[in-house]
Design a protein around this ligand. Structure first.
Ligand code: ADP
Length: 374
């Protein structure tokens, strides 16, 4: 039996806000997406009141889950983002892996998905998502069937980078249908929440959202699923690396020293959870003047290649700092799809070919047994 929005709202009348007002009358509820047996909605609150609202969120989830015909409910707590303000990020503390925690072999794979690879970075703004999208398109150009999962739940960027505005539909009321763009199968939490709200995630919700996006989305048969990880190497990222059955990980870094230190932490994090590092990509590697063609190594190019060698992980390639990449990427027109014969697309395709070779060869080199204390 299908559940509809009105039934969900009627049930939520019995859930009180911290001030006692029934939830649907607080003005904090987002649109309720009720797809037969699956329900999603968010509660937007003031960032300072998150603690007080968490029990309300929990109760709302329980009440909706108890409705006849509902199989799963995801209720997210969000905070209004001030115009131009950055979304809240997870704590960026040092990765403290739970040694011996189950992952890898112990993790159940996603049916019909041959390989899942993570694209990660030590910090935000290094071009991780742009690289993930163009890498996925490069793998697709090789004839592989490719999906991309936006696991950057703190600041999902795939809706923007792929210019996706529509919401996913449900299939048979139990599973979500991903969006298809440029031949890629795409899922992002950003498809389910409004762009101007920022998610506030508590630990168990992160895992629940990630698990649902992995396992309750109709991914179909894929050769590769590229997972765009949240930036950083803190506990949240580590938990994700432990929850997803990853074949390998790719680290995106800019050539600056500081970014390299962060990248080193990324390599270290994946090694600690026994995920092979397929390689490092140096983004914004050098600047080619669009007018005179002169190349400037503004950040001291080559650092990531050197660092990859030092860490014993493959170096996958260099992507220049280029206005075209920024403009096209931010306009939702990734270069590998929109200018497939251009010089940038060739760079991403070469990187994709190296990644595909590694996956064919069995998922990356054996990770040397080193632990770097950052
Ligand atoms: P992250 O995922 O690491 O936060 P994004 O992929 O969102 O980074 O990129 C951050 C910004 O940098 C975006 O505006 C993007 O268009 C731009 N960018 C990424 N790679 C390049 C590049 N190689 N050249 C120029 N701009 C880039």
């Amino acid at each position: 039996m299908a559940v509809n929005k009105e039934q969900v709202l009627a049930a939520l009348e019995g859930v009180a806000s911290p001030s006692g007002t029934p939830l649907p009358r607080t003005g904090a509820l987002s649109d309720v997406v009720a797809g037969d047996s699956k329900v999603f909605f968010s509660i937007s609150v003031d960032a300072a009141e998150v603690k007080a609202w968490e029990p309300v969120r929990k109760r709302a989830e329980e009440v909706v889950r108890a409705l006849p015909g509902v199989q799963s409910a995801l209720v997210a707590l969000t905070a209004e983002r001030r115009a131009g303000a950055a979304p809240p990020r997870p704590p960026q503390g040092r990765a403290m892996p739970a040694r011996g925690a189950p992952r890898g072999e112990a993790l159940q794979g996603v049916p019909d998905v041959a390989a899942i690879i993570a694209v990660a970075s030590g910090k935000g703004g290094v071009g991780k998502s742009t690289t993930a999208v163009n890498l996925a398109l490069g793998l697709s150009a090789l004839g592989l069937k490719v999906g991309i999962l936006d696991a950057d739940i703190y600041g999902p960027s795939l809706p923007k980078l792929l210019a996706i505005r529509e919401r996913p539909q449900t299939i048979g009321g139990t599973r979500l249908k991903p969006i298809t763009r440029y031949g890629l199968t795409v899922m992002s939490i950003g498809f389910l929440i409004d762009e101007d709200t920022a998610m506030i995630w508590r630990g168990p919700m992160v895992i629940s959202a990630l698990t649902q996006m992995l396992r309750e989305v109709e991914w179909g048969t894929l050769d590769v699923m590229v997972v765009d990880m949240p930036p950083g190497t803190g506990d949240a990222q580590l938990t994700m690396a432990q929850q997803v059955p990853l074949k390998g990980a790719i680290i995106v870094s800019t050539p600056q020293d500081l970014a390299l230190i962060d990248a080193r932490r990324g390599v270290s994090m994946f090694k600690r959870v026994n995920v092979p590092v397929l390689g490092v990509i140096e983004n914004m590697s050098y600047f080619l003047c669009p007018h005179c063609g002169t190349r400037s190594d503004i950040f001291g190019h080559g650092g990531a290649r050197h660092e990859a060698q030092r860490l014993g992980v493959p170096f996958l390639g260099e992507v220049p700092l280029d206005m075209a990449i920024r403009e096209k990427s931010d306009a939702g027109l990734p270069l590998v799809a929109t200018e497939p014969d251009g010089p940038h697309a060739r760079i991403y395709r070469d990187i994709a070919a190296k990644v595909a070779d590694q996956l064919k060869a069995g998922g990356g080199r054996a990770a040397p047994k080193i632990v770097i204390e950052a």
